[in-house]
Every structure is written in structure tokens, then in C-alpha cells.
Design a protein. Structure first.
Lengths: 349, 533
């Protein structure tokens, strides 16, 4: 494996005595888009600012291209890290037009080279028409693309994006995040973004690190975060689901109220112990012929599907995602069955 | 038909009338006084004014921007205290700082005397405080808080962030400051500098103490030494034109600020200063504070104590104080009532014409007091003459002077000058009573007078209180209007300071000055409580 473009080794940063990030380790290969995902206050933005060089680190090291840029004794100032940054509020220069904003970081180029590069980027972000407009004349989405183009212009080694979509309409976010991904990929740039919105993270990133209380919980693909969460926090934070108590009855079996779950491979739980089994809404399938019945206590229409909250005979509640053609009323009993090929369970607390 | 509907128009007319009267004097045929003025004093006056404004702008920009930058972005011991303390010079009227500076640094002052004795030299190298440099330094120390406040606002909301943007684009911190932070803060800085230039142009007391001739002192002399109201208004008309250029510039910068406004970024961590940087910054801040506030106040207190030992006339002091308080009280009552009516009128009739009238009414703050004194005096004297003639003609009554010799001229001049001061706080309070607040009250069955009493007044009260305090203190500190239009015997603290300092009796002026500074601390305290700096 080649040297990762970005590597953090046990990085620690604190405000006062309160550690904001602790023992943070991650690596990102060239050309990948990484994401730090977590609830607000989890330290993800601080991590990004440490990578950018806006904040020092108290312990650990940050390497860019194998060169140490931050540690307890080393500090390379941000302007010499070859990073680009898209700020949460974009921080465009209100006194400069779009072209001048994009060209601002190209101060080492000649005027002609600069104009060429600005043109190229206007093209990439589809803002050729708006080159002479001022930031306040642009829509939120356009402003964001200017910020992206400005950060990309000096061809940084690493692009940092701080909650880039949080100022936009929710309806726009997913579309724009796909667009941003395409732009970043087209430039062949390595990027890392920070967000609290998992849909955004799933849409844009190749690898996602879930953070909580300053610590990395799991660094993985979106699929694995959802289907194979490493711990209870990740299981809770990513997607929806409920925990049902279960009893380990075999090397590959766990028994829950809904029946016996079979794992494809042997699990590692102690025989006879009680565990909490994660059930995602898509693990429970509606089946009219099933003998297993549950009462609908709540329903939320979502277009293609309906998310039903069901009460089992024993009183436990589970979620089921059912095609919206099956429109049942609250209080009705419906038949369900389990469809799980990989059990996620945690030792009971 | 509601009377308050017309208040904005009356107020606007009141502001425009003196401007019209004064500008029309330019059109009046020039008599030999004008000729004389032009030949002898006009060019030096223009040059004096030009250099003064330029010097004070440069000085306040330098002090204001650097102090704002240090306190907005860096962390150093005492930073919180200094952020506030740097506003303290606003409590000191510039003319007070001026006479203390003269008393301290003049040839016969304690500093030169001590140095002469110590060095046993004639101190010929000691700069003459009475020159242009002296005025510029004193005004810089008095007016830098305007630039400091506005620039600090800009730096707090975008300073650290723009520095980071610059760094992420490959600029060093120093490059970033000059290439990004300063240009982005330009509207705020320019706005502050324009306020400073208006204050400088309007200043009378400071230049009078220093005997540095500018338009305001020339207007005063033309009126009270040459007894030529005509020459005075000719000079005033020129000053008005200069002031208007400043207003137009200021308004343009203000319009640009709107586009640039961003939220204060909460998480921005301050940059910790270490080592000698730390001590340099602290030393700089402390010395500005020392010379701009603590040294003058200490000297004033010393003088005030001394004056008590030389059987000080406490009775007269109380008389001046009483006059100041009465005038300030009357003025702030009048002004707040007018402004409340004006704000209600706009709320009720938010048409462009009414809004425009309010905007016109609030430019009065830019009119220098000396100009305003003439602009109000001339038409009212004329009106007075007309009235007594009418009375004589129709009723055969010798009325004598009806308006002259009363407080009316002063109060109208105060109204014109300080409406803007009270408009801002009252208007912002009114903005909080949105129409849906009214509708919510009405939907709950509260309307009419009950709504005003239970909803409007409680919401407006803090704004009105702030407005009344600001006007009160401003009127107390006001010098030229009071000096030029006061009825016989109505000497105030500010007038007393003028009279004593023009005779070089610093000790006698000290107690009134201390009183004014104490009053001046009140608005700063209010401001401190309301804003998180």
C-alpha cells in the first residue's frame, strides 16, 4: 500500500482541560473522498481545522504526503500545506466578483495563466455566465460552487470541506452533494469533508469516519457502517433501528422474540448470554402469510415506502419498512417475518 | 386625522430650514466683509481644516484599526478589560482632553517645568503642543473609539475567518491581513473614519482651546467679535458643503456594509499571543489608554482638589450644574417625544415619502453646532421681528422679543442635532413590535390604548430610556450651540469650561469637566450592558 495522502496518528487537541479530539487516527489514500461524520460537538470540525493548520495539536502527528505538518513540536502554517478549504459559510469576498474570488489564490501565476485557470474552473462549476456577478447576487448553491472553485483553483493536494451543505435547502443537499462529488472526482483531488448529515456523507464520500466525543468510532464504507456497525453508538447514529433482547443459543444462532436468527458465519458471543440485537427497518418484511403478527402503533408515509412502528405480542416495538402499496391502518395486525443474513448484536449493558 | 402623521415632515422641515437659510446666504450679494474674509482668512481656514481632518483621519485609523485588530483576534492578559476600557475616551469631551493636554504639556506646564529643572536645559527641542500636531493628537485620542468600535465589529464577525481563507489560499498571516482582512473591513473602517471626520469638522471646543482657526471658530468670531451674522453664515455655508461631502461618502459605505454582513462566528478561537508580542501589544494598549483617558482624568481630579483649597465657589458650580441638567432634561424630553411620534408615523404610514422625511430629519447630527446655531438663530430672529410687528400693527401691543431670550432657540437647535441620536434606539425597539405582535394582541382581545399600555410601552421602554440617556449626556457635553444661543445668564458646565479655558484657568475648569466625564460614562455603561463586545 502506498503512503496515504493524509494520515493522522493519535491526534489530540483540547480547549482548556476538555479534550475535543482524542487519539484520533485515520488515513486517506490519494484520490479518495473521506468524511468525518458525527453529531455536533463530536470534534469533527476541530479535526478538520487541525488538518488545515488553523489549530495546533497537543499530541500525535498529522502527515500530508508522508511529511509531518503537525505534532507537538512541528507546525507548518496553513499557507504552506497546499490545502484548499470550503468554509461552512463559504466566506466569499463580498467586494470581489466571481472571477476575482476564484482567482484570488492564484497570486503566483501570471495574469494570462490566472485568467485561463479561472475560465477553466468557471466551466467546471458551471458558472461561466456568472463570472462578473458579486456574491450577494448569487443563490446559495451558486455561492457554494464559487467557494469550491476558489478552493480548487490553486490545485491543492487536499481539499477540506466544512459542513459544505448546511446552509442550503434540504431538498438541494443531496443533488448538490452528488454534483460536488463529481467535480472533485473530475479534478482528481483528494478531499475530506465534515458533516452531521449521514445522507450527505453517503452521497459524497468513499470512506466515512464516525466520530463521537472526540474519538473515532469506526472508519468504513457507508455499507459497513449501516450493516456492520462496530459499536452501539454507530448502530444508533447511522440509520434507524431498534434493539431487541436476544439469547445466544448456538454458535450461529441467537433467539429473539421474533424467532431464531441464523448468522452465515459463527459469531463470537458467549453461549447462553443475553445480547441486544439490532433490527433495521429493512430486516423486517411484511408477509401476510406469516404466523408472526404485530400491531401497528404508528405509521409514517414516505412515498415509496411506509415506515410502520409495530408492537410485538411481548410489548417490544420494532420498525418495518414496507412498500407503500400495503396501506394498513393503525391498530391493525399484520404478519411479519425476519430477513437477516448478518446479525449485529452487542453485549447487554 | 392623526397629528403624528405629520411629525416626520415637520421634523424634516426643521432640519432643512437652517440648511436652506445658510446656503441661501451664498447667493446673497457679497459685501465687503465677505471680500475681506476671502482675502485674509479663507485660504488659511481651508488649509487648516484640510490638514486637521486629514491628520485626525490618519491618526484615528491607525489607532482604531490596530487596537480593534488586537482585541478582536488575539488573546492576551487583560484582553476583556481592555476591549471595554478602550471605549472610555468617549466619555471625555474632546475639549476637555484638549485643555488638560495644554495644561500638562505647555511651556509652563508641570512636565516641561520638571524636565527643565531636571535636565537643566531650555527644552528648545520640546515640540510645541499648541501647534497643528497638538490638535491632531488630542482629537485622535478623543475620536479613535469610533473607528475602533466599527472596525472591531468587522474583525469580530469576519476577521479570523478571512485570515483563514487567505491562509487556505496560500497567503501568510501578514499578507492575509493586508490583502483580505483590511479590504473586507473597508466599509466599516471607512464608516468610522467618516464619523470621525464629521466630528472633527463639527468640533468647536478643542480648536478653540488650541487657538487653531477652523471654520467653527471663525464662525464664532465673525458673529461675536465682528458682529457680522452675514459673514458668519457665509462661512457656515462653506462648512456645510464640506460636511455634506462627508455625509454622502458615509452613506455609501454604509450601503456597502449590508452586503458584507456575516454572522459572528462562534467557534473562532483567538490566537494566543506569546513572548514579546504579548508585551508589545499590552504596552501599546496601556499607553493609548493612559494618554487618552487615565492621565487626563487624574490631572483633572488633581486640579479639582486644588481648586477646592482656593475657596472654590461651590454655589456657582451648582448653578452651572443645575442649568446643564435642566437643559439636558428638557431637550431629551422634547427630542424623545418627537422621535416617538416620528417612529409611530412611519409604522402607521410606511410610504416612501414618510420614510424619506425621517431620513432627512436624522441627518441633523452631521450639522456642526456652530452652523446650526446660526441657521436656527437667523430665521427665528426674523420670525420674532415679524411677530412683534404684527402685534404692534394689529393689537397696538409692544411685545418686545418673544423668542429671543428664551430657551426656544437652543432647544430647537438641540432637537435638530440630536434627533438622530435618539432615533436609532427607539426605532430598533419599535422594529421588535412587528405587525404580527399587534395582531397576536388583537386576536387575544387586547387593542387600542390597552395594547399600547400592555404591549408597546413595555417593549419600547428600554429603547426610550437609552435614547433619553444618550441625548441627555450629549446635550450636557455640547458646547457651540449652547455657547452661541444661550439666553443671558444661562451658563452651563460646558460654557463654564469654555470661559475658564480661554483664560487658561485650568483648575477652575476641572470640576465641571470631571462632572461631564462622569455623565459621559453612563452611555458607555449602557452600551456595555447591551452589547457583548
Amino acid at each position: 500500500m502506498s503512503t496515504p495522502l493524509l494520515q493522522l496518528n493519535s491526534v489530540r487537541q483540547a480547549y482548556g482541560k476538555q479534550a475535543v479530539i482524542d487519539d484520533l487516527t485515520l488515513a486517506l489514500q490519494k484520490g479518495k473522498i473521506g468524511c468525518l461524520l458525527g453529531p455536533s460537538g463530536c470534534g469533527k470540525t476541530t479535526a478538520l481545522r487541525c488538518i488545515a493548520g488553523f489549530e495546533p495539536v497537543l499530541a500525535g502527528e498529522i502527515f500530508l504526503n508522508g511529511v509531518c505538518v503537525s505534532s507537538a513540536d512541528v507546525f507548518v502554517p496553513p499557507e504552506r500545506r497546499r490545502i484548499g478549504m470550503v468554509f461552512q459559510d463559504y466566506a466569499l469576498f463580498p467586494h470581489l466578483d466571481v472571477a476575482a474570488n476564484i482567482g484570488f489564490g492564484l497570486h503566483r501565476l501570471t495574469a494570462a495563466e490566472r485568467a485561463r485557470r479561472v475560465d477553466e474552473l468557471l466551466h467546471v462549476v458551471h458558472l461561466t455566465e456568472a463570472s462578473e456577478k458579486y456574491p450577494h447576487e448569487l443563490s446559495g448553491g451558486q455561492q457554494q460552487r464559487v467557494a469550491l472553485a476558489r478552493a480548487l483553483a490553486p490545485k491543492p493536494e487536499l481539499l477540506l470541506l466544512d459542513e459544505p451543505f448546511s446552509n442550503l435547502d434540504i431538498s438541494l443537499r443531496e443533488r448538490l452533494s452528488l454534483e460536488v462529488r463529481e467535480i472533485i472526482k473530475s479534478q482528481g483531488i483528494t478531499a475530506i469533508l465534515v458533516t452531521h448529515d449521514q445522507a450527505e456523507a453517503f452521497a459524497i464520500a468513499d470512506e466515512i469516519g464516525v466520530m463521537h466525543r472526540g474519538e473515532m468510532q469506526q472508519l468504513d464504507t457507508a455499507f459497513n457502517l449501516y450493516h456492520r456497525p462496530a459499536n452501539r453508538f454507530v448502530a444508533d447514529f447511522i440509520g434507524q433501528g431498534v434493539f431487541l433482547p436476544g439469547k445466544v443459543i448456538g454458535a450461529q444462532q441467537i433467539e429473539v422474540e421474533l424467532g431464531i436468527l441464523e448468522n452465515a458465519v459463527p459469531h463470537s458471543y458467549e453461549m447462553g448470554s443475553t445480547v441486544d440485537v439490532l433490527l433495521r427497518p429493512d430486516d423486517i418484511v411484511h408477509d401476510d402469510t406469516s404466523s408472526l403478527q404485530a400491531t401497528i402503533v404508528c405509521k409514517a408515509f414516505r412515498g415509496a415506502e411506509i415506515l410502520y412502528t409495530l408492537r410485538l405480542a411481548g410489548g417490544a416495538r420494532v420498525l418495518a419498512l414496507v412498500s407503500s402499496r400495503h396501506n394498513h391502518t393503525i391498530g391493525e395486525k399484520i404478519g411479519i417475518k425476519l430477513e437477516i443474513d448478518h446479525i449485529v448484536a452487542f453485549q447487554q449493558l | 386625522m392623526i397629528i403624528w402623521r405629520w411629525v416626520p415632515f415637520v421634523a424634516a422641515a426643521l432640519v432643512l430650514a437652517p440648511i436652506g437659510v445658510i446656503l441661501s446666504s451664498v447667493l446673497a450679494p457679497a459685501d465687503e466683509i465677505w471680500q475681506h474674509l476671502f482675502e485674509t482668512t479663507l485660504i488659511p481656514l481651508l488649509l487648516n481644516t484640510f490638514w486637521l481632518v486629514l491628520g485626525v483621519i490618519a491618526g484615528t485609523a491607525l489607532l482604531g484599526i490596530s487596537l480593534a485588530w488586537f482585541t478582536a483576534v488575539y488573546e492576551f492578559p487583560g484582553r476583556r478589560f481592555f476591549s471595554w476600557a478602550l471605549l472610555l475616551p468617549m466619555a471625555t469631551p474632546a475639549y476637555v482632553t484638549a485643555f488638560v493636554a495644554l495644561g500638562l504639556f505647555d511651556f509652563t506646564g508641570p512636565i516641561q517645568t520638571a524636565l527643565r529643572a531636571w535636565l537643566d536645559s531650555d527644552l528648545s527641542w520640546f515640540p510645541d503642543i499648541r501647534g497643528r500636531m497638538g490638535v491632531i493628537i488630542v482629537m485622535t485620542l478623543a475620536f479613535y473609539p469610533y473607528v475602533y468600535l466599527l472596525a472591531r465589529n468587522a474583525f469580530l464577525s469576519q476577521g479570523k475567518r478571512s485570515l483563514e481563507v487567505a491562509q487556505s489560499l496560500g497567503f501568510s498571516r501578514r499578507q492575509g491581513f493586508f490583502k483580505v482582512v483590511l479590504p473586507m473591513a473597508r466599509p466599516w473602517i471607512a464608516g468610522g473614519v467618516m464619523l470621525v471626520s464629521m466630528e472633527t469638522l463639527a468640533d468647536f471646543g478643542t480648536v478653540a482651546v488650541f487657538n487653531y482657526n477652523t471654520f467653527t471658530t471663525a464662525i464664532y468670531k465673525a458673529w461675536f467679535s465682528m458682529f457680522s451674522l452675514h459673514a458668519a453664515s457665509q462661512l457656515a455655508s462653506l462648512l456645510i458643503i464640506i460636511v455634506f461631502i462627508a455625509i454622502v461618502l458615509e452613506q455609501q459605505f454604509r450601503a456597502r456594509m449590508r452586503y458584507a454582513e456575516t454572522k459572528r462566528s462562534a467557534q473562532a478561537q483567538r490566537i494566543q499571543l506569546t513572548g514579546w508580542h504579548n508585551w508589545m501589544v499590552i504596552g501599546f494598549v496601556v499607553s493609548v489608554l493612559f494618554f487618552a483617558f487615565f492621565l487626563p482624568v487624574a490631572q483633572l481630579c488633581y486640579w479639582a482638589m486644588q481648586s477646592f483649597t482656593q475657596d472654590y465657589d461651590v454655589g456657582r458650580y451648582l448653578e452651572f450644574l443645575w442649568h446643564s441638567l435642566t437643559l439636558s432634561g428638557l431637550a431629551s424630553l422634547l427630542i424623545c417625544l418627537v422621535v416617538i411620534a416620528m417612529v409611530y408615523a412611519v409604522r402607521r404610514y410606511p410610504d416612501p415619502v414618510t420614510r424619506y422625511a425621517v431620513r432627512t430629519a436624522t441627518i441633523g447630527y452631521a450639522l456642526p453646532g456652530a452652523v446650526l446655531a446660526i441657521g436656527v438663530y437667523v430665521p427665528l430672529v426674523w420670525l420674532d421681528g415679524q411677530l412683534s410687528e404684527l402685534a404692534l400693527h394689529w393689537f397696538q401691543i409692544e411685545t418686545g422679543q418673544l423668542i429671543q431670550g428664551t430657551l426656544a432657540i437652543m432647544l430647537i437647535a438641540y432637537l435638530i442635532r440630536f434627533m438622530a441620536v435618539s432615533h436609532y434606539p427607539i426605532d430598533s425597539a419599535m422594529q421588535r413590535i412587528t405587525h404580527s405582535v399587534d395582531e397576536a394582541a388583537m386576536s387575544l382581545g387586547v387593542h387600542g390604548w390597552a395594547m399600547i399600555k400592555t404591549v408597546h410601552i413595555p417593549i419600547l421602554k428600554p429603547g426610550i430610556f437609552t435614547a433619553a440617556t444618550l441625548v441627555f449626556v450629549d446635550v450636557m457635553k455640547e458646547m457651540p450651540i449652547t455657547l452661541m444661543t444661550r439666553p443671558f445668564g444661562w451658563d452651563t458646565l460646558a460654557v463654564r469650561i469654555y470661559e475658564m479655558t480661554s483664560e487658561g484657568q485650568w483648575e477652575q475648569a476641572a470640576l465641571p469637566a470631571v462632572t461631564l466625564i462622569l455623565a459621559g460614562l453612563i452611555p458607555i455603561y449602557l452600551f456595555m450592558r447591551q452589547t457583548e463586545i
